[in-house]
Design a protein around this ligand. Structure first.
Ligand code: ADP
Ligand code: MG
Length: 557
């Protein structure tokens, strides 16, 4: 009965003919007044899961949402659909708040969004007690978990909801699926016999690729050449990096800006708004950017630095391609990033937390170094079955072949052995390649027998083979010595006891001329001319930096 009503509500208020997979079961569970946990990827359609039952049941639905900007968007969208909704948060005047409160008391409001701060403010619970509440929805529920990356201390107090309103069902929703976070959501909210719904986390339209982190600026410019006007996000580890990267891109004529938690709330809201409205093409940001932001046409997401775990990675790349059209996720990986992240983790005080974070970082690193289908690795991490290769990642595009790499391994290992000290991987590569740079000469590496023994193999390729040896336990990373390489027992076996080593052949990224040739082939004459025109404009723009590229583009065509 109610389910049919739910379908009518979906059509009436949201204009959709059918539920997406999962939504209907979730709504049914909510309508039967049971507590519910929803794990659904970003863009999957979580809002409908509480909005529809909230509209079907008599009374008011209270939605707890962590971001003020987001709240406003949601309420405006609901109002536009004919749902009487409102919000309460610290950005409003007392007058505005009173108006909404009165609407609640009159029973005119159907959906009330509140910030966690507001919910916990003095007297608010006794206000809520005077209302007929049919459901509490906790959006972005992972914020309750200290294991997660968006931990909000105020969310911990949400346990009072169940204590104060034991008869009102709760639905908690998130796009972050890791098991510990799930457990925290269940326990901290005191959910009663909750039903947990996990939708597939696969986002098949996102193409996944990983590139070595050496020369990442060049790689980014190369990447952007193919996407001169597509909106995208570049995630950096530090605030400073977001600023300098945005500056460099601006210098090259791109319409880029930056976002991090060090900016004032007003400044953050402003750049965010510009990005949403396509007035900024490239957002260089820390992880502070993006939670819940509903911009459907983000065409690519670059991780300038390695994220600290796969949950963050997946959530961040999930901001691309929300409209279902294809999107690109490019991750840069270097051991130096792993070291930085380790250092950050080790600064923490709680040793249990440290161990967990390190374990998660290790999984992140394994993903970056993996030579099997990326999506398979990810889906397995999130506990989903995935038995085929995805056909939509760099590994599937270019399946690696293995070869007898014993000789390569021996060259690497003896370079490490001969330096008598622990040595970072970049310097091992310098030795093998015979690079006469300052450091090599100062340390006398040019006197080693292995100096230049691997000139015929590009640096990037050596770097990858070193990673593979580490993965196979044939080399070790000395984390207490700034990530220097150390020999292991297995190294000795390879060097002296004839142990064989299988390596996966490194597939170099397609060379630039080759790429251009391919593009020319696939583009029509008009497209090629247009593309060339864009390139010229881009150059021109670099000199007239103050003009936003969109303006220049339309003026010239
Ligand atoms: P999430 O909160 O899970 O990231 P949203 O609730 O913002 O996702 O929904 C993402 C998009 O999917 C929205 O544009 C929403 O209107 C749309 N959507 C949700 N449910 C349906 C449905 N049943 N049919 C079609 N579109 C839907
Ligand atoms: Mg949402």
């Amino acid at each position: 009965m109610e389910v049919r009503e739910a379908r009518e509500v979906l059509k009436l208020y949201f204009g959709y003919d059918q539920f997406r997979p999962g939504q209907e079961d979730i709504i049914q569970n909510v309508l039967s007044k049971r507590d519910t946990v929803v794990l659904m990827p970003t863009g999957g359609g979580k809002s409908v899961c509480y909005q529809v039952p909230g509209l079907v049941m008599p009374g008011l639905t209270v939605v707890v949402s962590p971001l003020i900007a987001l709240m406003k968007d949601q309420v405006e969208a609901l109002l536009a659909n004919g749902v009487n909704a409102g919000y309460l948060n610290s950005s409003q005047s007392t007058k505005e708040q009173q108006l909404i409160e009165q609407q609640c008391l009159d029973g005119r409001l159907k959906m009330l969004y509140v910030s966690p701060e507001k919910l916990l403010s003095a007297g608010f619970f006794s206000f809520l007690k005077r209302l007929q509440i049919n459901l509490f929805a906790i959006d972005e529920a992972h914020c309750i978990s200290a294991w997660g990356h968006d931990f909000r201390p105020e969310y911990l107090q949400l346990k009072n909801l169940k204590l104060q309103f034991p008869e009102v069902p709760i639905i908690a929703l998130t796009a972050t699926a890791d098991r510990l976070t799930q457990r925290d959501i269940l326990t901290q909210l005191y959910l009663q016999d909750p039903k947990v719904f996990i939708s597939s986390f696969d986002r098949p339209n996102i193409h996944l690729q990983v590139q070595p982190g050496q020369k990442r600026m060049e790689a980014i410019l190369d990447f952007l050449e193919d996407r001169p006007f597509q909106p995208g996000i570049i995630y950096c580890l530090s605030r400073k990096a977001t600023e300098s990267l945005a500056a460099k891109l601006k210098e090259k004529g791109y319409n880029a800006d930056y976002y991090h938690a060090g900016l004032s709330a007003a400044a953050r809201e402003q750049v965010q708004e510009k990005f949403l409205q396509d007035n900024i093409q490239i957002m260089c940001a820390t992880i502070a950017f993006g939670m819940g932001i509903d911009k459907s046409n983000v065409r690519w997401v670059i991780h300038y630095n390695l994220p600290k775990n796969l949950e963050s990675y997946y959530q961040e790349i999930g901001r691309g391609g929300r409209d279902g059209a294809s999107a690109e996720a490019l991750l840069f990986y270097s051991l130096a990033d792993v070291m930085t992240l380790r250092d950050i983790i080790m600064q923490g005080e709680n040793s249990k937390e440290q161990a967990l974070s390190i374990a998660k970082l290790d999984r992140m690193q394994q993903f970056a170094e993996s030579t099997s289908c990326r999506r398979k690795t990810l889906m397995h991490y999130f506990g989903e079955e995935y038995n085929k290769d995805c056909g939509h990642c760099d590994i599937c595009d270019n399946p690696p072949t293995s070869f007898n790499g014993t000789e390569y391994a021996q060259k690497i290992l003896s370079a490490v052995a001969r330096t008598k000290e622990t040595i970072p991987s970049a310097q091992v590569v310098d030795i093998l390649r015979g690079s006469r740079n300052q450091q090599s000469l100062a340390k006398g590496y040019d006197q080693l027998k292995t100096f230049g023994a691997g000139r015929d193999v590009p640096a990037m390729e050596w770097q990858r083979y070193i990673h593979q040896l580490i993965n196979q336990g044939i080399l070790e990373v000395a984390y207490d010595e700034h990530g220097a390489l150390k020999l292991t027992n297995a190294s000795q076996e390879v060097l002296f006891k004839g142990r064989k080593v299988e390596l996966v052949k490194f597939q170099p990224p397609v060379a630039k001329e080759e790429k251009e040739k391919r593009q020319k082939k696939s583009r029509s004459g008009v497209e090629t001319a247009l593309f060339e025109h864009l390139r010229q404009l881009r150059k021109q723009l670099a000199t007239e930096r103050n003009l936003p590229p969109y303006v220049v583009f339309t003026d010239n065509t």
